[in-house]
Design a protein. Structure first.
Length: 371
């Protein structure tokens, strides 16, 4: 008789039941509970995340479709909609906050043990910065006004390329511009930042240069620049031009404007020319282009993450740090651990979006509950 462990069960095995039960007792999360445990609530919400469902009905129907296969997950039966709704509304979110930090600690420990770091030879810290909009129901989250009929918040995230784990984030309303938030952040000298053209702010670039922080971004096509010097081109395929420049506006306001590099690089695969802007005068031009190419890692993080933040977590919060427990974030912090287990199918364990709209059926449920 062969025994098969489902993928969903493998995900849950990464969470220590002893630590989870200890946190439940610490926060008295199951006080006056009548059968539906906090572990069952976690299983249901992770099913919501991994299945990319967006309603209580989808969660309960999806779990009920494979009710005979729930016991190996520690869930005796699929919860009712009212039961799950009451638990989400009344149980303390601090329980999941403790779980979040515990799993983040485990993921960082796994990354350090494996020696995961960025692939470049320089030892500087490499960080990617980007933002994504998370749509919300305007009638439920009336404080998150985005458009006339839509609600949204914006997640501003910093991704550390050593282990590809987020190291800082902030949630604002959906109308907040990216660079307005990022201007308030402080970085250690020697850090290399990479971001897209949406963060263009030449005064901020000057401040980063004064702080000893390097950046790599794309230069806007309408940028008004003064060409100072043409640097010698390396014998590397793709580098078309390497120049020292300064901004016309900064040159008019300052006798010694900050110098930056303008690098033209021809992408042979896409058959297009990309123009990069950096304040780092030591890195090779091809390395600058490769750094910006690695910015795609934060785009992949957003692509592979489905945000299903419970109402009791963010309701009535106009600005919240990433520190509060976002149940929807958990699977991506678990992924590095899963990827290092030989029995796991990594391509299927990553958070995955099913065909839209999501229909709760036996087929969709068995994708994660298959035994």
């Amino acid at each position: 008789m062969s025994i098969v462990c489902s993928i969903f069960s493998q995900v849950l095995k990464l969470i220590s039941r002893a630590d989870f039960d200890s946190a439940v007792r610490k926060h008295q999360a199951e006080r006056n509970a009548k059968g539906f445990t906090c572990w069952g609530q976690l299983v249901a919400m992770l099913f919501c995340q991994l299945g990319s469902v967006n309603s209580l009905r989808d969660i309960t129907n999806g779990l009920a479709a494979s009710e005979g296969k729930l016991r190996h997950l520690g869930l005796p039966a699929a919860p009712k909609r009212s039961t799950l709704s009451y638990a989400n509304a009344h149980r303390p979110s601090a329980l999941f906050e403790d779980l979040f930090y515990r799993m983040l600690e485990v993921a960082r420990s796994q990354a350090q043990q494996s020696g995961a770091r960025h692939k470049f030879r320089f030892k500087n810290k490499l960080l990617s910065i980007d933002a994504t909009t998370i749509e919300l129901c305007a009638s439920v989250f009336d404080w998150a006004q985005f458009r006339r009929t839509k609600g949204a918040v914006k997640l501003h995230l910093m991704l550390d390329h050593d282990g590809l784990l987020p190291c800082f984030g902030v949630i604002t309303d959906g109308k907040q511009h990216e660079v307005t938030v990022t201007r308030q952040w402080e970085f250690a000298p020697g850090t290399i930042l990479v971001f897209d053209r949406g963060y263009t702010d030449y005064n901020w670039f000057e401040r980063l240069t004064q702080q000893g922080v390097s950046f790599v971004t794309r230069l806007k096509t309408n940028a008004d620049i003064i060409e100072v010097e043409d640097l010698q081109l390396p014998r590397r395929k793709g580098v078309v031009r390497d120049q020292v420049i300064c901004m016309t506006q900064q040159a008019a306001e300052n006798d010694t404007p900050p110098m930056m590099r303008r690098i033209e690089f021809f992408d042979d695969q896409q058959q297009r020319t990309l123009v990069f802007l950096t304040n780092n005068m030591k890195l090779a031009a091809a390395t600058v282009a490769e750094i910006y190419k690695n910015r795609w890692q934060i785009e992949l993080f957003f692509e592979n993450t489905t945000w299903c933040t419970p109402p009791y977590v963010i309701e009535s919060q106009r600005a919240a740090w990433l520190n509060p427990p976002l149940v929807g974030v958990l699977p991506d912090f678990l992924t590095p651990c899963i990827a290092r287990r030989s029995f796991s199918a990594v391509s299927m364990v990553r958070s995955h979006r099913f065909a839209w709209p999501v229909i709760a059926s036996t087929e969709s449920a068995e994708r994660w509950l298959l035994v």
